[in-house]
Design a protein around this ligand. Sequence first.
Ligand SMILES: NC(=O)c1ccc[n+]([C@@H]2O[C@H](COP(=O)([O-])OP(=O)(O)OC[C@H]3O[C@@H](n4cnc5c(N)ncnc54)[C@H](OP(=O)(O)O)[C@@H]3O)[C@@H](O)[C@H]2O)c1
Length: 230
Amino acid sequence: MKVCIIGASGKLGRYMVQHSLERGHEVVGVCREKSVYKLNDFKDRMTIIPGATNDRNVIQQAVQGCDGVLTVLVPWGVNNYSSGTAQAVLDFAEDDARLVFSCGWHISMDGKDVYSWKIKFIGNVAGRIIRWLRLVDISDQEEACRRIFDSDTRWTVVRGSDLEEGESQGLPVWSRHVGDPILESNMTRRIDFALFMVQALENDNLIHEAPAIVGRSTPSAITHAADAGK
Ligand SMILES: NC(=O)c1ccc[n+]([C@@H]2O[C@H](COP(=O)([O-])OP(=O)(O)OC[C@H]3O[C@@H](n4cnc5c(N)ncnc54)[C@H](OP(=O)(O)O)[C@@H]3O)[C@@H](O)[C@H]2O)c1
């Protein structure tokens, strides 16, 4: 499989490069010019296309001929970075390509997610403050996801919980709605978030789903598995 990773130099992106290479995929990565060095460990085994991830020409070149596109949606700045990236991927990816996008639990596909006060606070109060500081625009990540949900491409939007570093615990478990008991622990290893993204490329059951994920070794995931076995 030929896979394009957009945002390849970030923490999630580098794990996705690693998993993709381990699975034998041919990898093309897009990252900002100043971050190319972060991919030094992989540079002999992948193609790197330097450029802004919302540069339509860069994305058009990168996704050409790719069977799968993994996109790290980041709400940086206030220049429609997320929605620009998503729109370019939707417009230029091959018709039958699998498209997998990352975001957080704060994105809701159908409005049926139930959020804790902490997530609501981050979305409402903190979100407004950081937008005012012109650092991060969460509403643009929401706009990006709305465009993805409305598209007829073969998409999956993977919604990450809080993240931590550490060794892999294996493929995270998932549920359709934040607030479901299995997700209560709200923690996933970043390396496993990346694993879920890469494996989603080959899991057609996840097409047109927005799975909210949690680490498979967290207490809520273990409890739920135990309940299911009763
Ligand atoms: N962090 C969390 O706790 C958390 C929780 C749930 C979900 N998520 C989701 O996980 C994904 C990865 O997030 P992450 O926090 O783990 O970060 P990450 O993987 O390190 O990715 C950050 C990305 O943003 C780029 N970036 C940084 N500053 C930028 C700027 N000023 N302008 C343009 N691009 C910039 C980075 O590129 P460079 O390498 O060029 O800097 C990198 O590609 C996102 O989709 C996020 O919504 C994160």
